[in-house]
Design a binder for this molecule. Sequence first.
Ligand code: ADP
Ligand code: MG
Length: 295
Amino acid sequence: GTQPPVIATGRRFGSYELLDQIGSGASSYVFRCKALSSGEIYAAKIIDLRSLRLRHDVKRERTKLRREVAILRRMHHTCVVNLIEVIETENELFLVMELVRCGELFYRIVERKALTEDEAKYVFRQVLEAVKYMHSQGVIHRDLKPENILIAEILDGSYYRIKVADFGLAKLVQSGYSAAKTFVGTPQYWAPEVIEAANTGSAYGPAADLWSLGVLLYVMLGGTYPFDTRRGPVEKQIREGDYHFRYAAFQKVSRMALDLIRGLMTEMHPAPMQPYSSILAGTSMDAEGDHADHT
Ligand code: ADP
Ligand code: MG
């Protein structure tokens, strides 16, 4: 950007005070903040409306922001980041959220190379619960990836309690219909129907999130992306389902987990709204190997 960020530590907004920065995205900064009345610490996602203005598409951006806020307001789940309050000043929008303290799942995967199957299962089950909930509320997340899965707590050294964040690309679909048509998200996590939608304007639905969940599980267990940018366009590999489990990390992974990834990274038209119980049943995630005792 050409303009300096307007945000600064110590600044007040509403009844909060800004502390240090903890994250950033394409058009946002995330800071810790303190409620002046209680001293309680929260996270504030700050969207600089001036930088949006510079992009000459203020109206579209405003609509997107309103959508993010409207969707976040509807979400009430232990595995979804909780929105506390929205404060709008002339130049910024502040989304005050619960603070998720232990950073992005992304960094843990990078640091650990890959998760063990037990650890991945523990995370995956929570993400699945969150996505099941969103879909039951008619919300497609459309940007599920380890950067947007935040760690609230670490149990026994490596079992992560998580919260799904970043509803910046989420979309509300009317029940039964899959009306999302925009080309959004991160290429590695795109479903084939998302790519198809970009080329033909076709619709895609909640199943696109399930594909991304397959990629997420692949990345957690394999410690690498399923599609190799050095081998040509990722979009082509996705359309052809061109991925494999030959990386070393997959040697220790159970056939059941690989089958689950295969099942999720499968093109699904029309979008099923309730495949979750069968996913859970198929992986014995409800049975042994469950770390519910950590809670
Ligand atoms: P963007 O839409 O710009 O990607 P996100 O909502 O993903 O914005 O936030 C950017 C980053 O800020 C996240 O990846 C995460 O590291 C951090 N972050 C976001 N929300 C929170 C929160 N509630 N608690 C702690 N960190 C957060
Ligand atoms: Mg993000």
